[in-house]
Design a protein around this ligand. Structure first.
Ligand code: UD1
Length: 421
């Protein structure tokens, strides 16, 4: 796996149609939520084939959830959950496995998992997750890198104020709260579309969740949840990736299976850069780019509905060859400019200082040997290589495969010269 690479000959315009995959960041909390359903089979449609989803399914199997995939549908049966421990090897593979904490506590009243630690985006603390669960009655101790969690008298509702609208913490609290005793209020909750998708699934299972999508979520605990069928929302960051790809390479693309309302910061920004974009029909977006893009002055990442941090690297590639200068301000993660040194090898002019990056657009990027540095940074390098003059080789594809289903096959169908060897 590690030896695989993408060989990309840049310069082709993109033309055609792409169906956007289901959202990774919805699939993971949804799979975790199925742990709370004690009877029957949950059916999740539009669950993308990604290594992160595979890890989540392995965690489910490990704790006793029967779990199988049929095409893009994943079916789970948590009636025989029998293990409250996630081994370190699985926790290490995927930092977002912390989203199993709330569901396991809610179902089993105890769990043991290793501390997820840092990741390629810098330290990713979980203090907000832990203090919220403690307010709900959990006793959590740390022992030799393991988190030992229990709720000896069961979890109870609480009034929780998050100091930052953390996506993962909001999800963990919701998962812990749906079967807790009483009412939980989450103030300053994350408002991401994936939170709404989780609320929709939990509600279909019989949970009482109100306010998802606003900054106050109220969960009224219920005794039991019943199995349901649900379709995962489309991946807005993957949609943004293919929009940015046309921005970099020019051409004309239709994206289908897209909830364009979730691209509220991306579409207007790209329109201001000179892309012609409109949504049509139930779930399609059209984009056409004929000329060199114009650089937008500033892009600041913010919690939803602000500009998503996950799209920062992708738009940075688009601005690297735009006319003018763009200032990026990364407000969410400390270490999210690792793709910059790779883009610089291709001729991009980018200066980074702390959370600010200044990108001075150049007319041409040149093919190079590139290493993916993280999931979205890796995708940004693929876009740069597609737009560049000459041949590029991208390695460390394990990062890209965490979030993109068959990226090279998808791009090839719209005219890119890209292959995996
Ligand atoms: C989720 C997404 C990720 C996205 C991020 C921000 C998933 C699986 N991942 O990650 O793709 O980039 O939202 O939109 O959905 N923080 C703390 N303490 C905590 C929790 C978070 O300080 O207990 C900080 C983090 O270090 C980070 C910021 O809050 O600086 C945002 O983190 P959070 O919203 O929790 O992101 P994730 O849920 O990890």
């Amino acid at each position: 796996m590690e030896k695989q690479k993408l060989i990309i000959n840049g310069g082709n315009q993109l033309q055609g149609e792409i169906t956007v995959q289901g959202a990774k960041n919805s699939s993971l909390p949804l799979l975790s939520a199925t742990v709370l359903v004690c009877e029957g089979e949950c059916v999740l449609h539009n669950c993308p084939r990604l290594t992160d989803v595979d890890y989540a399914m392995r965690i489910l199997s490990c704790i006793g959830v029967k779990c199988r995939r049929e095409g893009s549908t994943v079916i789970t049966d948590a009636s025989a959950v029998n293990n409250n421990e996630i081994p370190q090897s699985l926790m290490r593979e995927m930092r977002s496995s912390i989203v199993f904490l709330g569901a396991m506590l809610g179902r089993l009243n105890s769990c043991k998992l290793s501390f997820p630690g840092g990741c390629e985006l810098g330290p990713r603390p979980i203090d907000l997750h832990l203090s919220a669960l403690r307010e709900m009655g959990a006793v959590i101790t740390e022992q030799h890198g393991y988190l030992l969690c229990s709720a000896p008298r069961g979890l109870h509702g609480a009034d929780i104020s998050l100091s930052f609208p953390s996506v993962g913490a909001t999800e963990n609290i919701m998962l812990a709260a749906v079967r807790a005793k009483g009412i939980t209020q989450i103030h300053n909750a994350a408002r991401e579309p994936e939170i709404c998708d989780l609320a929709k699934f939990l509600t279909a299972c019989g949970a009482k969740v109100h306010g998802a999508g606003t900054d106050i979520i109220i969960v009224e605990g219920v005794e039991r949840l019943s199995a349901t069928e649900h379709t995962v929302i489309s991946d807005r960051i993957v949609a943004a990736t293919y929009l940015a790809a046309v921005g970099c390479c020019k051409g004309e693309l239709i994206l289908s299976g897209v909830q364009s309302a979730y691209l509220g910061q991306i579409i207007p920004l790209m329109q201001s850069m000179g892309c012609r974009i409109y949504s049509f029909g139930r779930d399609s977006v059209y984009i056409r780019v004929k000329d060199r893009l114009k650089a937008p002055p500033t892009i600041r990442t913010m919690p939803y509905p602000g500009f998503p941090t996950d799209a920062q690297a992708l738009l940075m590639t688009a601005t690297a060859t735009a006319q003018g200068t763009t200032v990026f301000v990364e407000n969410i993660f400390e270490n999210r400019y690792r793709h910059v040194s790779e883009l610089a090898r291709m001729g991009a002019k980018i200066k980074v200082e702390g959370k600010v990056a200044v990108v001075e657009g150049v007319p041409t990027l040149y093919g190079s040997e590139l290493q993916a540095t993280d999931l979205r940074g890796g995708a940004a390098l693929v876009l740069a290589a597609l737009a560049a003059e000459g041949r590029s080789v991208v390695t460390r594809l394990c990062y890209i495969d965490r979030g993109y289903e068959n990226i090279e096959a998808v791009l090839r169908t719209v005219g890119a010269d890209i292959r995996r060897v």
